[in-house]
Design a protein around this ligand. Structure first.
Ligand SMILES: Nc1nc2c(ncn2[C@@H]2O[C@H](COP(=O)(O)OP(=O)(O)O)[C@@H](O)[C@H]2O)c(=O)[nH]1
Ligand SMILES: [Mg+2]
Length: 449
């Protein structure tokens, strides 16, 4: 236990401000003695007790409920006490200030309860990430993915693969230890086959079209195109509010404006950008450069262009050549008369009148092919962050490298590859050390196996 962990920590667990009930959570060695600080004798382990917390002079602070959990059977693995008081700013302040003045107690740092749960083996890193995502979830899809990760959707397969790699590694180490003996061909084949199977499973997990990251961060959709095309008008239409300034003055939008919305159940981050053009205005030029950065990292670009102007098709076609992500062309101002584009098939773009709210639905429908796969994914993806993806890719690369080596000459290098693969997966859950796993596996080996 570190010195900091020796403190008993406390925090308001509910949002600050006025509310019916507020919960103050306390974790650490002294947590269960807290009622005594308020002149209350209450044994509250695993029972909710109604008590009157009092000031030193005997006046009642509040009529509260206390609920205790004794270590290790608590959320943090330490003694925990919850005080359910009335959600009054004054009551909360009184209780917190008594705690703050007491020796051995201090206010918790952000995330410190979860950190202690992690340190005490109550959860692994993936569960902590899942919990953070759950708290931040704004859509049902994000909530489902977060609870799945919190309850082992990622850590289960990772644990299984890591153990499988360690099992194969144990065989390799045994072979190294008994180097003078003939290498059993059947064992070599079994290890090769099991490794190939593992690689295939890791490849399948990686081949997920980044759905997990997209669900967590929102599908990144960028509105791009020439100035005065209607990008900001479209942004406001989809957002259902005046998020961006709309005007017929060219170069109105300069900074990137982002709104979060849900389209067909899918969380979307929609970014409005400055119109793409050469400009002498240095601030607008910075806006254009920011627009280009947004475009390069987007999942989808909506290229908005004034479809009532002759020649728009050629401009749109030229612009989209520079876009890396998939691009949907939106020809605006159809109310002013849609000019046909010679170079584009009529179903290669969407002709819209952005002055009517009905257009929002039309655009949402047109986005269906991008949104539906996210909505209909048969199972929740297991990778939800770039760090998971990097670790999976590193594990796969090490295993694949091992398969290119010769058993006769390079068995020690092969073993090192397995060790690297296991540590890469271990980084995901925070179980980096392979040796404990090996000890466990070797303990089940009998001599000669
Ligand atoms: N008639 C008509 N005017 C539009 C349409 N879309 C945008 N506008 C107008 O075009 C001008 C430029 O729009 P804005 O959204 O600021 O363009 P941006 O520079 O691409 O962001 C504004 O005066 C809008 O009201 C449309 O579909 N029809
Ligand atoms: Mg604009």
């Amino acid at each position: 236990m570190s010195l900091l962990n020796a403190d008993t920590i406390f925090a308001l667990a509910t949002p600050p401000g006025m509310s019916a009930i507020a919960v103050i959570r306390i974790s650490g060695d002294k947590a269960l003695q807290v009622p005594q600080l308020f002149d209350v004798e209450a044994e509250a382990v695993r029972t909710a007790k109604r008590v009157f917390l009092k000031e030193k002079n005997g006046t009642i602070i509040d009529d509260v409920m206390v609920l205790g959990f004794a270590a290790p059977a608590s959320a943090t693995g330490e003694d925990v006490l919850e005080i359910h008081c009335h959600g009054s700013v004054a009551v909360i302040d009184d209780i917190l200030s008594v705690l703050a003045k007491t020796e051995g107690f201090r206010a918790a740092e952000p995330g410190e309860f979860t950190r202690r749960a992690l340190d005490n083996g109550k959860m692994d890193i993936t569960a902590a990430e899942g919990l953070a995502d759950l708290i931040e979830a704004e859509t049902a899809m994000q909530r489902r993915q977060a609870s799945a990760q919190m309850t082992g959707q990622l850590s289960r397969p990772v644990g299984f693969w890591r153990e499988e790699i360690a099992r194969l590694l144990a065989h390799l180490e045994a072979i190294i230890d008994f180097a003078d003996e003939e290498l059993p061909e059947a064992l070599r084949q079994e290890i090769a086959a099991d490794t190939a199977k593992l690689c295939a499973e890791l490849e399948t997990a990686l081949d997920d079209q980044r759905f997990g990251e997209i669900i967590r961060n929102g599908l990144s959709v960028v509105l791009a195109g020439p100035v005065n095309a209607g990008k900001s008008t479209l942004m406001n239409l989809l957002a259902g509010r005046q998020a961006a300034i709309v005007s017929d003055i060219e170069g109105t939008t300069r900074d990137v404006i982002e709104v979060r919305l849900t389209l067909s159940g899918v969380p979307v981050r929609l970014a409005d950008t400055a119109g793409l053009r050469e400009t002498a205005d240095s601030i607008e030029a910075e806006g254009v450069s920011r627009a280009q950065t947004e475009i390069n990292t987007a999942d989808l670009v909506l290229l908005v262009i004034d479809g009532s102007q002759p020649g728009w098709g050629a401009i749109a076609d030229k612009m989209r050549q520079d876009f890396h992500p998939p691009c949907l062309i939106i020809a605006s101002k159809s109310d002013k008369g849609q000019v046909a584009a010679d170079n584009l098939d009529s179903n290669a773009y969407l002709s819209v009148d952005l002055t009517t709210t009905k257009t929002a639905l039309k655009i949402e429908k047109a986005l269906h092919s991008y949104l539906a796969p996210l909505n209909q994914a048969s199972q929740t993806p297991i990778i939800t962050r770039a760090r998971h993806r990097d670790a999976f890719a590193a594990a796969l690369a090490s295993l694949q490298h091992s398969q290119t080596l010769s058993w006769e000459g390079d068995i020690a290098v092969i073993a090192e590859d397995y060790r690297r693969a296991a540590s890469a997966l271990g980084r995901i859950t925070g179980h980096i050390d392979v040796e404990d796993l090996l000890d466990h596996i070797f303990s089940r080996f009998c001599i000669g196996k």
